[in-house]
Design a binder for this molecule. Structure first.
Ligand code: HEC
Ligand code: HEC
Length: 322
């Protein structure tokens, strides 16, 4: 309940923040003074001050209207530099035990330093970020108010992580059906889709739990060692079994986070469903693909529509109003 209230408060806060304009020169902007660590984190998340030359903010790639995911296949950072992977949603991460597609970081605090220093994302040493914030009149004041001291590396990443923990969603047609709060939004098609998700489609083998992920690394066949050569979890563990395995992503709000997969190869949910139905039609030389995906699923046209309706039913109401 607490996190729900916070998320709502932060939505109001975001709109106030945006109405101040998003000029790239943060010094000219009057920032709304935060009264909590989460609100300070929210300011930082939306501010390009954390990048070289004030070019990009976390929110440039993690777009609030798209459940804090991006709309491009791979990320685009400072100077238009392309990264190698798709930007996942930064929502519903508080229960996650691994961060990034390969799980190379475990906590949101650890994770937050990554993009700031990453040369193809924000490209700013964390020590330089600390300097910039402490030279910025308003941020200096805000950090002292919230932390009792000027910005340092830990307070920056603590504030951002605190904001990210407010980004939990639980007001979808599916949630309201499950809780009995409102059973009218969860359509007959979505109900059939849920059955397909759990049984015929085998989705539930990997995507289960409150956020539809086991937090495990699995290989759904998007590695062939040739044109598809991101080996995923293997980079972290060096265990050959992990070649081509990626973190099973949660599926909340997945209808607004296209394109999909670590490389952004699928443009629509329908394409994702067609892929799972018959992966060989898309990639026929994949290495170590999970045995649960060995045979075509044999989904009918109606099954596919229903499965898509179920995935759409996982969308929080705030994204449906747009
Ligand atoms: C240039 C685009 C870009 C910027 C800027 C950016 N990110 Fe990301 N973010 C990504 C990409 C791409 C990934 C996935 C990278 C990977 O898995 O190797 C990611 C992953 C994440 C994840 C992990 C989500 C998951 O499901 O594992 C979180 C959390 C996150 N970013 C938060 C942030 C924060 C906080 C900032 C600002 C300090 C930020 N990002 C800035 C592109 C960006
Ligand atoms: C063997 C485990 C496994 C099964 C079975 C499985 N998934 Fe996945 N799913 C994953 C993994 C792992 C990824 C990320 C793969 C990657 O990027 O290489 C993923 C990615 C996705 C994505 C993309 C999410 C995003 O944010 O990019 C969607 C949507 C999805 N799965 C839906 C489904 C549906 C629907 C089914 C059933 C038809 C299903 N999955 C079956 C493990 C699985």
């Amino acid at each position: 309940m607490n996190s729900l209230k916070l998320s709502f408060a932060s939505l109001i806060f975001i709109s106030v923040f945006y109405s101040c304009g998003t000029s790239s020169d943060s010094k000219e902007r009057v920032l709304k003074e935060p009264s909590t660590i989460e609100q300070l984190g929210e300011l930082l998340f939306h501010d390009s001050i954390l990048s070289r030359g004030n070019q990009v903010a976390c929110a440039t790639c993690h777009k609030p209207d798209h459940a804090f995911a991006d709309i491009t296949p791979v990320s685009v950072g400072v100077d238009g530099l392309k990264g190698g992977r798709n930007t996942p949603s930064a929502m519903n991460q508080s229960g996650r035990v691994f961060q990034f597609w390969d799980g190379r970081m475990e906590t949101l605090e650890e994770q937050a330093a990554g993009p700031i220093e990453n040369p193809v994302e924000m490209d700013l040493p964390l020590s330089a970020a600390v300097d910039k914030l402490n030279k910025h009149e308003q941020y200096r004041k805000f950090f002292i108010k919230i932390f009792g001291h000027p910005a340092d590396k830990k307070s920056i990443t603590d504030a951002i992580a605190a904001f990210e923990r407010t980004l939990e969603t639980s007001n979808s047609a599916f949630d309201n059906y499950m809780s009995g709060k409102d059973t009218t939004q969860f359509t007959a098609s979505a109900k059939r889709g849920r059955e397909i998700f759990n049984v015929k489609g085998k989705c539930f083998d990997c995507h289960f739990g409150p956020d539809f992920t086991t937090d495990l690394f699995r290989n759904i066949g998007i590695f062939n060692g040739k044109d598809l050569n991101d080996s995923g979890r293997f980079v972290v563990t060096r265990d050959p079994k992990d070649i081509g395995r990626f973190k099973t992503p949660g599926l909340r709000n997945v209808a607004v986070t296209a394109p999909y997969m670590h490389n952004g190869m699928h443009k629509t949910l329908r394409e994702v469903i067609d892929y799972y139905n018959e992966p060989d039609k898309f990639i026929n030389n994949s290495v170590n693909r999970d045995t649960s995906l060995a045979k075509p699923l044999g989904l009918t046209e109606q099954d596919k529509k229903d499965l898509e309706a179920f995935l759409v039913s996982l969308t929080d109401a705030r994204f449906l109003k747009k």
